[in-house]
Design a protein around this ligand. Structure first.
Ligand code: HEM
Length: 161
């Protein structure tokens, strides 16, 4: 078992976090284009929508790299003394985050390039809401560890080993 995340794992965590937040916050161009396609049929893709697609594809690629590293290199144990329930919640949360980081761009790509309307609804509806909720829980948990438990967990995503 490794003692710390590697420099690459830390870089990928923050790069993917930024790209995901960018697409969650700035999705108006894609929403507008998708509405128009649904109402009036084929519509030229706007620059804003291309940026959304490009960022989504980048997320997919970087998450695949991240998962490969996670499987081959592993991740450090939770800090000693962490309650079993908290460890379980952390592991489950990370698995759910990985699943959503693939499902969200994946459904978007199939909806846009394959014309699957239901996947588009899923992408901009339930999946997006779930990812926002999980990110809020994830960030809340990270700061709970840092500020209340003071177990140095946040530093694991700052310093490599
Ligand atoms: C301010 C924002 C964030 C903070 C402070 C933060 C903090 C952390 C910390 C401290 C860890 C290490 C947990 C451990 O060592 O057990 C971690 C892991 C992780 N984070 Fe974040 N994170 C943030 C944003 C995000 C976002 C936006 C995502 C994805 C949508 C994300 C996905 C993950 C995943 C999947 C892991 C597990 C990594 C692994 O063990 O393979 N994080 N985060």
């Amino acid at each position: 078992m490794v003692k710390a995340y590697s420099r690459t794992q830390i870089f990928l965590h923050w790069a993917v976090a930024l790209l995901i937040l960018f697409n969650l916050i700035f999705s108006d161009a894609m929403t507008a284009l998708w509405r128009q396609i649904e109402h009036t049929g084929p519509t030229p893709t706007t620059t804003g929508a291309w940026v959304h697609i490009f960022v989504g594809v980048a997320v997919l690629g970087l998450v695949a790299w991240r998962l490969a590293l996670r499987v081959t290199r592993g991740a450090p144990h939770v800090p000693a003394g962490t309650h079993a329930l908290l460890k379980f919640a952390g592991d489950a949360g990370h698995i759910a985050l990985y699943a959503l980081m693939i499902a969200l761009p994946g459904t978007g790509l199939f909806a846009f390039f394959g014309g699957f309307e239901t996947l588009g609804d899923l992408h901009g509806g339930v999946l997006k809401a779930l990812l926002w909720a999980l990110i809020a829980l994830h960030v809340g948990a990270a700061f709970y560890h840092h500020l209340v438990l003071k177990d140095g967990l946040l530093n694991r995503m700052r310093k490599s080993g």
